[in-house]
Design a protein around this ligand. Sequence first.
Ligand code: UGA
Length: 438
Amino acid sequence: MHVAMIGSGYVGLVSGACFSEFGVDVVCVDKDQSKIDMLEKGVMPIYEPGLDDLVEKNVKAGRLTFTTDFGPAVRNADAVFIAVGTPTTKGGGHADLSYVYAAAKEIAQNMNGYTVVVNKSTVPVGTGDEVERIIRETNPDADFDVVSNPEFLREGSAIGDFTHPDRVVIGTESERAREVMRELYRPLYLIEAPIVFTSRTSSELIKYAANTFLATKITFINEMADLCEKVGADVHDVAKGIGLDGRIGKKFLHAGPGYGGSCFPKDTLALVHTARDVGAPLRIVEAVVDINDKRKKAMASRVIAACGGSVAGKTIAVLGVTFKPNTDDMRDAPSLDIIPALLEDDATVRAYDPEGMEEAKKLLGDVEWCKDAYSTMNGADALVIITEWNAFRGLDLDRVKSLLKSPIMVDLRNIYEPEEMAESGFQYHCIGRGTAGA
Ligand code: UGA
């Protein structure tokens, strides 16, 4: 089985490496020569745990290659995956499909023999039909099927999500294409991962429905956390108490500063627009988008309140700037709302992140970047945890207290226990669990 993966970004690279691990011959294609050069040297363009080893192993085994040469890669392939970006259109909120359509055209010009064209990019309902139309128009003799096969990979645990998925969704009406997809995912049959075969349209919608549902779950617990603060309840206990109900489930009930990343903000917005366009507005999702945007902005006010109402002239130490741990991804990270608001209020901000600083430096001006957690807080007026990297979970609290000018900690990820923090002499501010020692 030969696969061409069009687009060697996050999704294409992880999926390509994992398929090659399944024993498939994979060629990852990208227009960006410098990216292909890096990959050929074994340098990963993104930080994803385990990806470098997986790539190295499969390159050595001769099952995984990289190229900018579209033609031969597509001509040899039984299945061509489209895994290019679908960013939000400027000022629009729709998904920009120009890269998907350009890939479809180029595939049509190069395909040879029966080919399954698989859409892995996150695309609105109906995109598969348009891809099919473009291929047919460009190459009327082509023998092909277009399949939707959305990805459910989380950054930071993408390899595990690919090799041990909760489910695989395959959208096509063609039995011939299903056979090819079954063959590709055969190793997952052995571990009995559920494979959901459905129509292309349903498959496209499943991807958006999954992400918007998860974003809604997070937003629900975030609002519940705000209520907990008002009534003196503990959001951890509330999450546990509802999450143990199998109908609700305990995952994605961690209250925090609001969801970020390259998927939830973009996909919730795109679905809102799709739904409005067809006259079936999703009022719940519209509220989720609005609440989450406002929440990220409101987090800076929490820090300012914890510092006695003003941060002017104060030094704030920030730990973690990526949208979540185990990634260097800064897209729509809460830090991008919080840090500028603190700077605007005349604070000096010092920050540290294990993987995100290179990218963050491009996005956040006027921040003093530090070499580790402790040097960041040295002499600071308050410490703020924005991303819950493991390295921040077991800080030496006596050392933290001795380094800070005043023992104020704002923990936007609830990684410490309020009672222990109060006992350690901190003024500890977290999300939905009361304020300790203030
Ligand atoms: C998300 C989905 O989880 C994947 O299944 C999907 O494939 C992917 O989008 C995508 O569409 O490509 P990802 O964006 O990598 O994956 O990150 P998540 O782990 O889902 O976290 C998203 C955001 O929600 C982060 O900012 C995280 O901090 C936040 N979050 C998550 C919470 O605030 N609370 C939670 O309980 C869980």
